[in-house]
Every structure is written in structure tokens, then in C-alpha cells.
Design a protein around this ligand. Structure first.
Ligand code: AMP
Ligand code: ZN
Length: 138
């Protein structure tokens, strides 16, 4: 359940020092070394899963409540006004470390825009084709 060449496996195991915010048997929460904002955290499972498609349900289930708890701690402790949960899967989606991780990114009043996209346009036919392809592959 661990990849010897994976830096996040080594950080999660405590072999590489990190600014640890929280730890339990299943995961470690650290501060990101290239933070999008002050207090940017990464939730790292201790077992190696490349991305969310490999993450078993029992490993996934506690992560959202933990992220909420961390976000609330950032609001109370650091004074952010909100926070984003971001989770990238695959290089095309911006994933740079192939060990599942969930970003908790504090957002401050007047802070820079991030985690946003420009709304696109789609014809009803295009939307219907996308819906069909998705439903057929669930
Ligand atoms: P992602 O682009 O979703 O794969 O996110 C990877 C994140 O890991 C980036 O925000 C990096 O700044 C962060 N990162 C990479 N190496 C380390 C490290 N050794 N310690 C802490 N954060 C790291
Ligand atoms: Zn790993």
C-alpha cells in the first residue's frame, strides 16, 4: 500500500519532516510548501493511491469531514473568510504528485482570484451527447 519512490508516501509516514497540522492512523495533514494562500493544507492518506479513482470508499469517507474541520480551523485560527477544497486527478487536471491528496485552501477577503473558470456555452445537442456518454459509463 506504499510506493517507495513516492515523496508523499514518505512525508505521510513521517520520514520526511513536514509542518504537520493533524495526524491519525490513516492520514497526515501538512502545510503545502508552495502555498496558494497562508495556511494551504494537504490531506495525505498514509496508503498510496495515485488518484481518487484508486481511493477505496472506506479511505475516502473520513476525508470530507476532516477537510471541513480543517477549513473551520483556518477560519478561526487564520481569519480567512472561506476556503476551497481542491483535488486534482491526472496531469491534464493539474495533478503534479501522483499520490492522492486533497487541498484545503484558505480564502481571504480581497485575496487573489483562484479556483475559478470562465463559464462556457454548449448547444442542447452537445449537452445531451455528453449526458448520454456519462450515463452509459457510470
Ligand atoms: P497537485 O498539483 O494537486 O498535484 O498538488 C501538489 C501540491 O504539492 C502542490 O501544491 C505543491 O506545492 C505541493 N508539494 C509538492 N511537494 C511538496 C512537499 N515536499 N511538501 C509539501 N508540499 C509539496
Ligand atoms: Zn505515495
Amino acid at each position: 500500500m506504499r510506493d517507495e519512490n513516492c515523496i508523499f508516501c514518505r512525508i505521510a509516514a513521517g520520514e520526511i519532516p513536514s509542518e504537520t497540522i493533524y495526524e491519525d492512523d490513516a492520514c497526515r495533514v501538512i502545510l503545502d510548501l508552495g502555498p496558494a494562500s497562508n495556511g494551504h493544507m494537504l490531506i495525505l492518506p498514509k496508503d498510496h493511491y495515485a488518484d481518487v479513482t484508486e481511493l477505496p470508499e472506506e479511505a475516502a469517507a473520513p476525508l470530507l469531514p476532516l477537510a471541513a474541520r480543517l477549513g473551520k480551523a483556518a477560519m478561526k485560527g487564520l481569519g480567512c473568510a472561506g476556503f476551497n477544497l481542491v483535488q486534482n486527478n491526472g496531469e491534464a487536471a493539474g495533478q503534479t504528485v501522483r499520490h492522492f491528496h486533497l487541498h484545503v485552501i484558505p480564502r481571504y477577503e480581497g485575496g487573489p482570484a483562484m479556483c475559478a473558470w470562465t463559464p462556457g456555452e454548449q448547444t442542447p445537442e452537445e449537452r445531451a451527447a455528453a449526458g448520454k456518454a456519462l450515463r452509459e459509463n457510470l
